[in-house]
Design a protein around this ligand. Structure first.
Ligand code: G3H
Ligand code: 13P
Ligand code: ZN
Length: 335
């Protein structure tokens, strides 16, 4: 058993309380590689932001759970080395789908886990979430649950259509499951193709797709039912068009990729939404930089030559999200 406190990590409880009260959101960035981890920590330290580093089941399969845990421990030490004496770094399991997976993460240094029972019948979702909560809370690990189903297809996270969270269920669900935060469905979805072209309108000037707005009415109803309770948004990449254009210009093929407009995420961050999940934008930033680098330097074959600009581009994106969208810069309890 390795408790996260031994690794210098923190759970989400205090940072969410401050974020809800302060009208900002904590970034939850997915990572699979060293370069993503370095870029996340550099961005968090430079902006003095708390940060959630999250790993999916797929990330654990790709990078190995033990290595990821040591990377998170390394991230804490790296943040200190970069000059941040009191970093607030959470190691979070994203979309845990079984009690056993959540337990394994809790036993191996994670400070927060998500149990995603959103595809289960309501009572089964409550029962599974409660089982994880009962175990996690013995070790002061916080638990995110999900109610409502997101649209889109992302690796092992798949749902054909979006079913908004029902506000009338949130009090019963959070009380009986005991979860610490709740991911809701208000129209976001996973991946770089969040909406079909027929769900969007087109900007007459640029010809680019304009997605339908998020269901803020549902969010506000949920906030009224659960005042001050931490709400999470998944599927919140904005799929920056300049990165998509770079990828397509340098040989990629991502037609009609579309994300959530940043103004809407900025608005959501001011509400009880206190955790915003971003993965696809990091993938796009990395891929755009690498494609450009290869096109401009066909003779390069040392991975450091193309991973360095990839890391720089991700770092720029992370800083932009923290400062211009989520507003978590300067929000460490102690610097
Ligand atoms: O919500 C899903 C995340 O983007 C993780 O994706 O399962 O491909 O690692 P992944
Ligand atoms: P994006 O695909 O929009 O980046 O969402 C990531 C996510 O929700 C991870 O859980
Ligand atoms: Zn997600």
């Amino acid at each position: 058993m390795t408790n996260y406190k031994e690794l210098g990590l923190v759970n989400t409880r205090e940072m969410f309380k401050r974020a809800v009260a302060g009208g900002y959101a904590i970034p939850a960035f997915n990572f699979n590689t060293l370069e993503q981890m370095q870029a996340i920590i550099q961005a968090a330290v430079e902006t003095k932001s708390p940060v959630i580093m999250q790993v999916s089941k797929g990330a654990r399969n790709y990078a190995n759970g033990t290595i990821l845990r040591y990377m998170a421990q390394g991230a804490v030490e790296y943040a200190k080395e970069l000059g941040c004496e009191h970093p607030e770094i959470v190691l979070h399991l994203d979309h845990g789908d079984t009690f056993e997976l959540c337990k394994d993460c809790i036993d191996n240094g994670f400070s927060s886990v998500m149990i995603d029972g959103s595809s289960l019948p309501y009572e089964e979702n409550i029962a599974l979430t409660k089982k994880v909560v009962d175990y996690a809370h013995q070790y002061d690990v916080t638990v995110e649950a999900e109610l409502g189903v997101l649209a889109g297809v992302e690796d092992e996270v798949a749902a054909e259509e979006s079913h908004y969270t029902k506000p009338e269920e949130v009090i019963d669900f959070s009380t009986r499951s005991g979860c610490d935060s709740l991911a809701i469905s208000i129209g976001t979805s996973h991946g770089a193709y969040k909406f079909k072209p027929e769900q969007c309108t087109r900007d007459p000037k640029t010809g680019k797709l304009v997605p339908p707005p998020l269901a803020f009415d549902v969010l506000h109803e949920i906030e009224k039912k659960l005042p001050g309770f931490p709400i999470v948004l998944h599927g919140s990449s904005s799929v920056p068009q300049d990165e998509v254009d770079t990828i397509n210009h340098f040989g990629g093929n991502l037609p009609d990729a579309v994300g959530i407009p940043e103004e809407q995420l900025r608005e959501a961050s001011k509400s009880a939404v206190c955790k915003i999940n971003i993965d696809s934008d990091s993938r796009l930033a990395m891929t755009a930089a690498i494609r450009k680098h290869f096109a401009e330097h066909p003779d390069h074959f040392d991975p450091r030559q193309y991973l360095k600009p990839a890391r720089e581009n991700m770092k720029k994106m992370y800083i932009h999200k923290i400062v211009d969208v989520l507003g978590s810069d300067g929000k460490l309890a102690q610097c």
